[in-house]
Design a protein around this ligand. Structure first.
Ligand code: HEM
Length: 329
């Protein structure tokens, strides 16, 4: 979003600095509370009491996020106004330069700041969670990891990094990511919706005004053979379009991006971010469980659907050295 990183002091390997750690922690605090249960969603007059303390927690996290974002946005705007910047380089520049039909700026400063935060929030949790779970599952099933690695080696080779243009051909990789979304969505339920008229969906009558929560996982044994097992092959079938396997699930047998009017507007970008992150992890390293562990513990956290213990694994580079220092990667 901002073309900017904060490396840790003395971390020559480019590891995250305390600013990045604090930033990511605050983002995940906000995200956690988007999906969490709160009584005042159902009894609105309780809201001023902030019984669960969520407003306080989220306000503090937003204060930290804005503390990082706002100066960057303000400084960038200044650079454009003073003519010090001439070429758009990232999404922030695109927001600043966007014009309405009268040629006036399409977004106010406040709107630019809100859009930046919205996009950062929308893009960070799903791809990282899907890639982490897929890697954890695959470390326990080396034959799947091997197959995924072989696909990348045959489509891309070892002398350049995976690019977005390779995505249509990386069907097995996409099956692994899709399987991760089916089994391990970031949250058990889709974002809550309220029906604004009587409706019937999937055989259920939904009266006007209902608060509708739809399960995201694809666990129905009438639909999925061995639903609890990580089996990427299940997604390989004829009938995918020219782009091959997709991460979106149009039949809603599980929810990756949702569909229809309230479906995710970022399904294309979200798919690319997920696949690129995941494919480059697999292409770039051979992966093993840590030396003192025979397999990865796949227990879910008690509070959410993340891995109970963040994935620790042994990664060894498998590509020519020069590829790890390419700036454009
Ligand atoms: C792998 C990445 C992503 C996943 C799995 C994902 C998933 C979802 C899901 C399940 C919904 C709710 C759909 C519904 O209620 O039916 C949603 C909504 C939304 N997503 Fe995403 N998303 C991803 C990335 C993104 C990105 C990159 C953006 C922005 C560029 C984005 C923007 C949004 C917005 C604005 C909504 C709300 C739409 C509305 O309520 O009208 N998402 N997303």
């Amino acid at each position: 979003m901002f073309n900017k990183r904060y490396f840790g002091k003395g971390k020559e390997d480019g590891g995250p600095g305390k600013e990045e750690e604090e930033h990511v922690e605050s983002l995940f605090t906000v995200l956690k509370h988007i999906n969490s249960f709160i009584l005042s969603d159902y009894v609105p007059w309780l809201r001023p009491l902030d019984l669960e303390g969520h407003e306080k927690i989220v306000s503090e996290a937003m204060r930290i996020l804005n503390g990082y974002h706002d100066p960057i946005v303000d400084e960038r705007l200044k650079q454009w106004i003073e003519g010090k910047k001439k070429k758009p380089e990232d999404l922030l520049d695109a927001f600043i330069l966007a014009k309405d039909s009268n040629g006036k700026p399409a977004l106010s400063v406040e709107e630019i700041k809100a859009q930046c935060t919205e996009l950062i929030l929308a893009t960070i949790d799903n791809p990282s969670n899907a890639a982490e779970w897929a890697m954890a599952e695959m470390l326990n099933k080396p034959e799947i990891l091997q197959k995924a690695t072989e696909e990348i080696d045959s489509v891309v080779g070892k002398n350049r990094l995976v690019q977005e243009t390779d995505i249509p051909k990386l069907n097995y990789i996409k099956c692994c990511a899709r399987e991760s979304f089916r089994l391990h969505p970031i949250a058990p339920f889709n974002i809550p919706h309220v029906s604004n008229s009587d409706a019937t969906a999937a055989g259920y009558f939904i009266p006007k005004g209902s608060h509708v929560l739809i399960g995201r996982r694809g666990m129905n044994p009438n639909i999925w053979d061995e639903p609890l097992v990580f089996k990427p092959e299940r997604h390989l079938k004829d009938g995918w379009g020219s782009g091959g396997v997709e991460l979106i699930e149009n039949e809603l047998r599980f929810i990756s991006f949702g569909v229809g009017r309230r479906g995710c507007i970022g399904a294309g970008l979200g798919s690319v971010v997920t696949i690129m992150l995941f494919a480059r992890l697999i292409q770039g390293f051979t992966w093993d469980a840590p030396p003192n562990e025979t397999e990865i513990d796949l227990s879910e956290s008690k509070d959410d659907l993340f891995l109970a213990k963040p994935l620790h694994a042994l990664a060894k580079p498998r590509l020519p050295d020069a590829l790890y220092t390419q700036l454009e990667c």
